[in-house]
Design a protein around this ligand. Sequence first.
Ligand code: AMP
Ligand code: MG
Length: 403
Amino acid sequence: MLSYTDARAIVIARTSENHRNLVTHSKYVADALGDVLAQEVRCDRDYPPFDRSTRDGYAVRASDAIAGAKLKCIGEIKAGDSVTQPLVPGTCIQIMTGAAVPAGADSVVMIEFTERAGDSVTFQRETAAGQNIVQKGSEARAGDLALPPGLRLGYAELALGAQVGAAQILCARRPRVAILSTGDEVVSIVETPGPFHIRNSNSVSLCAQVRLAGGEPVPLGNALDRVDDLSAKIELGLKEDILVLSGGVSMGKYDLVETVLKSLGAEFYFDAVAIRPGKPAVFGRCRDTFVFGLPGNPVSTMVTFQLFVIPAIDVLGGARPRQLPLLEANLCKTLHEKAGLTHFLPGRFEWTGISPEVHPLTWQGSGDIAALTHANCFIVVPADRQNIPAGEKVSVLPRLDVI
Ligand code: AMP
Ligand code: MG
């Protein structure tokens, strides 16, 4: 059976074969959080654009400001002032953080290391040339590539775009991800469930996960475990870039998702992965739409979405597929799991001050959404390990939204 890493590689390879042109649109940079950049952004000028003081203090020639030296202060430069007054040797100029260092000065001495009486400043310790100054162009040069196409825009990337004057940027259209849950027992969250019904929580978690991942969710509600209803609703999903189904992919008599997809022309690239939860996950293509059939147990749906659907959203959205953000932590409690499948167990990742630790949480298996609300990660137990003693280092997959 496929490992989850091989299954991810298949998703990336298959979605990368998709040669549709990327649709782009112009966006105000401040509204583009989580979008994928579809153009180059270059620096409009050097950064910093001038030699910038990083401290409040005095601009000096380092060779003048030896310990105990007294220098006459001949002026003041605030952030935003255009500097005209050069530093005369043997003097100093008061300067603020963010102001341009005057010609003739090669160091800024923090105000904390000086004493002032009238216009005379005493320097308490020596300084070195270059101290507390960021040289013009040392961060980036005019014309340098600031942001490459294909980059997913987080707050730092948006800030860099803003800094270089890219107020409007071309972004890729977010992939549209249809979400269809299945099951005769599943009712809408605004209905009162009968005694053996359950509310459709998967549609809610999947929409949230799509949004977090940078896709545009298209909720299609729930299909009954019947060929006609499934076919009709899957047809709606096939209008989108990706269709994610939950439930109906296991071995049960009424698990009809694969059969119906096949009858609509789907080809499958995998139909099982060696993981728990999530083993029956399927991935394929039906006409122009990539299709994921995720097992319906809520935690299985969440884990398989994070492992397999996110890379598809990346690639179809014009981004480089992000890596799994695996961390390492000391296991706090011995684990016993069956070998043969990679297990993803709810855990609480904590940084205690010395090294990161992860606490396995008790749970009732992959239907236990409540346990997940106490977890901020999944502990990854490799397929070839049955017992992992407390104290050993383990891999940890953070939940996308809480770490
Ligand atoms: P299935 O994968 O269809 O066999 O479903 C496995 C388990 O997940 C069953 O206990 C279902 O009731 C539950 N389940 C299926 N779909 C949903 C859903 N949309 N929301 C919450 N639980 C679900
Ligand atoms: Mg079902």
